[in-house]
Every structure is written in C-alpha cells, then in structure tokens.
Design a protein around this ligand. Sequence first.
Ligand SMILES: *Cc1c(COP(=O)(O)O)cnc(C)c1O
Length: 393
Amino acid sequence: MLLPREEATAILSPMKVPLLDLAAQYHEVETEVRAAIDRVLDTRHYVLGPEVVALEQEVAAVCGARHGIGVSSGTDAILAALMALGIGPGDEVIVPTFTFFATAGCVARVGATPVFVDVLPDTFNIDPAAIARAITERTKAIIPVHLYGQCADMKRIMALAVRHGLAVIEDAAQSIGASYEGRPAGSFGVAAALSFYPTKNLSAMGDAGMVVTNDDALAEKLRFMRDHGQNPRYYYHFIGGNFRLDGIQGAVLRVKLKRLAGWTAARQRHAARYDRELADASVVLPVTLAECGHVYHQYTIRSRRRDALQSFLAGAGVGSGVYYPLPLHLQPCFEYLGYAKGACPVAEQAAGEVLSLPIYSEMSDEQQGHVIESIRVFERSGSGVAARGESGR
Ligand SMILES: *Cc1c(COP(=O)(O)O)cnc(C)c1O
C-alpha cells in the first residue's frame, strides 16, 4: 500500500522542487537582459535587426552550421524548412511517433503525409530499422528528433537518407549543444530546427526558434520564406509566411547563450548524481549512449507505477512531467491516417511509463537530494513485488 499523501508529506521535508524554475534563471540574468532589451527599445529594431543577425551567427556556430535563420518558434522552424524544401501533397515524411506534436503537425500542415515509426526502448529515439521499413517511393524526408537532449542514431539515419535520396531535417528543439560522435546536433541534416520556447535549454522570453543549415541556397530561400517569400519587397517568388523573429527575443537569447555551456554542465552534473544515487532503485534510469553528448533537456525515468509515483512526488512537493502521454499515431487528429493501437508498441508502452524529473540548472543539491529521497520513500512504501519487478527488464 502507498502511504497516504499527508503521511508522505510529514515524513519528507516540505521543500518544494518544481519541474522547472524560470525565476531562478531570471535572477541570474536580469540586469543583463534588461539592458539588452533596452538596447532594442532604443534602436527600435523590433523585428529581425542586428541582435537577431548576431544571434543567428552565434547559434549556427554552436550547431556546426554556416547559417542560422531566426524564426518565430520551433514549430515555424520545422514548417519553414519543409516549405523551403518544397515538400507537399503526395509526399511522405517519416517521423517518430514519440515526440512533441509539432514534429508531425508541420508535415500535415504542408499537405504531406506523416509516416509514424516506432522508437527504441532505451533512448526513446527513432528506430532506424523502423525507418528503413517505412521508406516508399513517395518518401521525401525524415525528421529525426533528438529527444530529451540526446541525439538520434545519426550514422544509420544519414546512411539511409543518402541511399534513398531523402532530406533529413533534424528536430533539435530539445538538444542545442548536444553531440553525436563529436559532431553537434544540427550539423547532420540538410537543416535542423531549434526551439527557444521558455522551457527549452536555451530559452527566450516568449516564442522563438531557428533553422540552421550548411546549404547556402536553402539558407537564402529560408530568409525569404520567413518573410512571405518576398524579394525584393512586395515581389513574391514563392508563398512563405510571417515566421520572423523579434529583436527583443534575439537580444535576450544572446545574453543567455553566453551562459548555455555552464547551464548544460549543471544539467549533466545533476544527471550524473541521479544516475549514481538511483542506481539501485527499482525505476529504470535513462540510457546515455557512449557516442552521445547528452544535454539532458529532460531526465526521464520509467516506472510501471508511473502515475502513482507522480502523484506521490506531487504530494512531497516534487514536480515531474510526462513527455508524452499519447504517441502521435494514436492522436484523434491523425485518425485519418489509419494507425491502430499496437502499430508502435515500444512508444505505446513508453507513454505509460515515462516520468521526467526536475533537472534544471539552478536546482540545489538539497533540492535534488529531496527528489531522490522522495523516490526512495515511494519505493519503500510500495508493494515489494511490483517494485522489484521493474529493474529486471
Ligand atoms: C518544443 C518542441 C518543438 C516546437 O517548438 P516551439 O518553439 O514550441 O514551437 C518541436 N519539436 C520538439 C521535439 C519540441 O520539443
């Protein structure tokens, strides 16, 4: 039997550990961010402008790309990339089913067909063997997602893409600064999409995103694409949209980008401590592959008693998140594609078991200790049979 919530709260200290604490980060950068915003207000470069241009170069460098094109969100980065590649009706784009909605939503929005494939049970990233099985003569692109901050198997994915002449758009929304075999996330595909949504590792104070690419012609097309496709002004060669990035967000992001490496190192230290101190717990810990530099956007464990664990943690003042509770191939909006339950069994099982723990950079040692202790109390209080059964998989 589980302890009643009141009892758990009495045993554990009343400390609160949110899943993410944006206030803590803000305190660190407040003075500099306000000065940066003032610079934009003084010069009135509200949309695009010099701060955005500088940010584009700085972010592209982090991603091992020649070009960065600042856009209005990570979603619009994926959308603009698909549009610039000319993907549309009749085309198929292979995406993992276990990801944030935008990865596949954008494919459908350009009129193409998302083809959902399963993920790997250890990393939750797209399964290259499943990609190979899903390729048809209509396949135009693959969008691997570097989920939770760890790169997908880019060696095998790029080999498939080259063999079949497919474009690869990396969804790097959760993985700025990550690496695979020493190369940065964002440097593998023809383009990569980044998100600077406030919960991401590098976060704006509003919506923001970027496409990075090493393809000069694609970069030029993307610059027009984010501005309705116009060049010069009021002459439209193709149909784009308003995907422009605000100057204020560009200025804010530049202040934060200078600190990203330190923040990432803190996330990695927290992950190492969870790895160490939960090694003998019955929950399944995340797998970090040797070839991957993981930036721990999330630290995601698995438990067959996930929902009970999550509510127990909530009672102990510990925030946690489920990314994602329903795989995309089973979402009502994609019913028209005809996927049945069981089509992607690994993702379906993961959706019922994953739980992301607090891992934000500013979390104190004491707070993390409280998260770890809370999980231990939960395990001691749970039915021993169910608890012991978990780690053996
Ligand atoms: C956040 C996210 C996006 C979308 O980014 P927004 O900036 O929120 O539009 C796309 N893909 C993944 C995997 C994400 O995590």
